[in-house]
Ligand binder design. Structure first.
Ligand code: APR
Ligand code: PHB
Length: 389
């Protein structure tokens, strides 16, 4: 088989890239290791920057998001059980869209199917070859048969644990990492959200977050020690801890119910440079990870796709090589801005084992400064809604 762009990974990055390339007449094939059901069963965060909303519209996959998504014009932060609002619309004239990543992935798969996109799932042993030549190819096994796809470019959209990043020589690849000394215990419950907007809570017992998927489906998180096991946490213990950490008025309103999903996720900041080597591009989680505090994971994958799609379109349709050649430089500039903001939000809102009383007071005074200073809230708002592509 031959295609112009071979995409490894059928998550949001791979699917969105394939859809945008198709709309510009550029041929691609997606190789996905898992089954479609497995991919669509992943529970993931759901705050879309407005730039991501516009990208999904451009990819002709925004219809259900427009109908079912929840536009949010602000968010709440709290310290010492008292909250205040960051008004995105007033401060920077933008908003975000609450719409689950699972739904985005569903919509992307439906769009690829509708346009006859080639997504080969349960592809095993995917391996890119000759990436440092002008004739790369990718091999894989499906139902016991070995296959080869010849292509012009390979897009590594295969996430943090994928094969693409490992294909860049150690002598070329540089990685940067910060692993946080805590995790997030998350609960999904079929209960009405405690607030119409998200609440990010700093508390001396640890961070908490109140979010949602829709008006009848809530998503909550509490910071827990890294060695906690989800089995240690009964639903009642979770709800009690959440109440202790969020603003008092929200704690009184909280509607609890049985968890329909409960899991603990670790937090890390990670970046691999460069995001291009030969004819291989790294896209999304394959190149970078952010702690979920700033809700940047999916949005960074979208901005990587924006830069790569623009570069490939210029290469194929205008004979312009610059976009492809400068992909890594352009994508990384925005990646590091989102890494910085996600690290900053995580440092501000979580209880670190070694921070002591002084560290807690520093966090509380920074939150008090955010509450009193419009310019501080404007800075927070412009980063949260997403810096320009
Ligand atoms: N061969 C083929 N497919 C692979 C391989 C491989 N060797 N390794 C991983 N994959 C697939 C995974 O099964 C997954 O479906 O690549 C896909 C990568 O998707 P994601 O991990 O969702 O990464 P990405 O598309 O970059 O989306 C980033 O997902 O993890 C969240 O927080 C993250 O919201 C962000 C978004
Ligand atoms: C979520 O709804 O899962 C969510 C929202 C915002 C975040 C992280 C997670 O910052």
């Amino acid at each position: 088989m031959r295609t112009q762009v071979c995409i490894i990974g059928g998550g949001p990055a791979g699917l969105l890239l394939s859809q945008l390339l198709h709309l510009d007449g550029i041929d691609s094939v997606i190789l996905e290791r898992r089954s479609r059901d497995y991919v669509l069963g992943r529970i993931r965060a759901g705050v879309l920057e407005w730039g991501s909303v516009e990208m999904l519209r451009k990819a002709q996959v925004g219809a259900r998001m427009e109908r079912e998504g929840l536009p949010h014009e602000g968010t709440y932060l709290s310290a010492q059980n008292r909250g205040f609002r960051i008004d995105f619309q007033d401060l920077v004239g933008k908003k975000v869209m609450v719409y689950g990543q699972t739904e985005v992935t569903h919509d992307l798969y439906d769009a690829r199917d509708k346009l006859g996109g080639v997504v080969i799932d349960e592809a095993e042993g995917v391996r890119p070859h000759d990436l440092d030549t002008e004739a790369p190819y990718v091999t894989y096994t499906k139902d016991g048969t070995e296959h080869r796809i010849d292509c012009d470019f390979v897009a590594g959209c295969d996430g943090y644990h994928g094969v693409s990043r490992q294909s860049i020589p150690d002598s070329v690849l540089q990685t940067f990492e910060r692993v946080y000394p805590f995790g997030w215990l998350g609960v999904l419950s079929q209960t009405p959200p405690v607030s119409e907007e998200l609440i990010y809570a700093n508390h001396e017992r640890g961070f908490a977050l109140c979010s949602m998927r829709n008006p009848k489906l809530s998503r909550y998180y509490v910071q827990v020690p890294l060695d906690d096991k989800v089995e240690q946490w009964s639903d009642d213990a979770f709800w009690d801890e959440l109440r202790r950490r969020i603003p008092a008025d929200a704690a009184e309103r909280l509607v609890t119910g049985p968890s329909i999903e409960k899991s603990i996720a670790p937090l890390r900041s990670f970046v691999a440079e460069p995001m291009k080597w030969g004819r291989l591009f790294l896209v999304g989680d394959a190149a970078h990870i952010v702690p979920p505090t700033g809700a940047k994971g999916l949005n960074l994958a979208v901005s990587d796709v924006h830069y790569l799609h623009e570069g490939l379109r210029a290469h194929y349709n205008d004979g312009e090589p610059e976009g492809v050649e400068r992909y890594s430089e352009r994508a990384l500039a925005r990646v590091w801005q989102s890494e910085r903001f996600s690290w900053q939000m995580t440092s501000l809102l979580h209880r670190f084992p070694d921070q002591g009383g002084f560290g807690q007071r520093m966090q509380e005074s920074e939150l008090a400064y955010l509450e009193m200073s419009r310019s501080a809230r404007t800075t927070m708002a412009e980063n949260y809604v997403g810096l320009p592509f």
